[in-house]
Design a protein around this ligand. Structure first.
Ligand code: DX5
Ligand code: ZN
Length: 223
């Protein structure tokens, strides 16, 4: 792997922080501002204490912009809905190990649907949960807040976990993206990138910025 300063950082703005009355325009704006992926937070009011949106919004975003749709499922169970999200246009589907009885089976199902598969790791969850499914994972997403809401404070306690997963991924020799999600902004991104993340999800820091291109460039630069 390239040393940290030469890695290209993927920036995935989270639509959760956009104006829901104009989601299509919001997606096109971040695309024009240099976003790499569009992160779509799906919440069911059961796995997390908030409800957001489902496959129809994913489908609408597929039509609205050209960005790869990075779908983050915070729903349980997730397995019965994987095909609906794939058909709606998800390029990546990331889920939590706590969402079902068999993470290995879920990841395989995502790949069989033609999507990249991701594992999201909650603050209290051990990185070891990913250790024996790395052959089925394209993305590992470290949650730096408890999932459910945007605008929360970045949990520094998760930095050693990012570093541990970076070591684990490098040792595997696999091309797995290591993302960080929650409370990421210009102040917190540098530590996450230094710990080994190569993808950042940011809602408030991008959609709340007057200069979205500047905010995205700052996240990518880790400054
Ligand atoms: C939290 C979501 C995040 C959230 C990030 O449950 O998974 O993607 O939208 O929002 P910010 O960047 O505002 O913390
Ligand atoms: Zn998310």
């Amino acid at each position: 792997m390239a040393p940290p300063q030469h890695r290209r950082i993927i920036v995935a703005p989270s639509l959760l922080a956009a104006d829901f009355a104009r989601l299509g325009e919001a997606a096109r704006e971040v695309e024009a501002a240099g976003a790499d992926w569009l992160h779509l937070d799906v919440m069911d009011g059961h796995f997390v204490p908030n409800i957001s949106f489902g496959p129809p919004v994913v489908r609408a975003m597929r039509a609205a912009c050209g960005l790869p749709l990075d779908v983050h499922l915070m729903i349980a169970p997730a397995d019965p809905y994987l095909s609906a999200f794939a058909e709606a246009g998800a390029a990546h589907i990331t889920l939590h190990p706590e969402a079902g009885p068999d993470l290995h089976r879920s990841l395989r199902a995502i790949r069989a649907l033609g999507c990249k598969a991701g594992v999201a790791i909650n603050p209290a969850t051990s990185p070891e949960v990913a250790a024996y499914v790395l052959d089925l994972a394209d993305i590992v997403l470290v949650m730096t807040v408890n999932p459910g809401f945007g605008g929360q404070r970045f949990l520094d306690s998760q930095l050693p976990k990012i570093a541990a997963l970076r070591r684990m991924i490098d040792a595997s020799g696999r091309a797995i993206t290591l993302g960080v999600d929650g409370g990421v902004d210009g102040a917190t991104a540098p530590a996450a990138l230094a710990a080994g993340a190569d993808m950042v999800v940011a809602g408030t820091a991008v959609f709340g910025a007057a200069d979205q291109a500047g905010a995205i460039a700052a996240l990518r630069a880790g400054s």
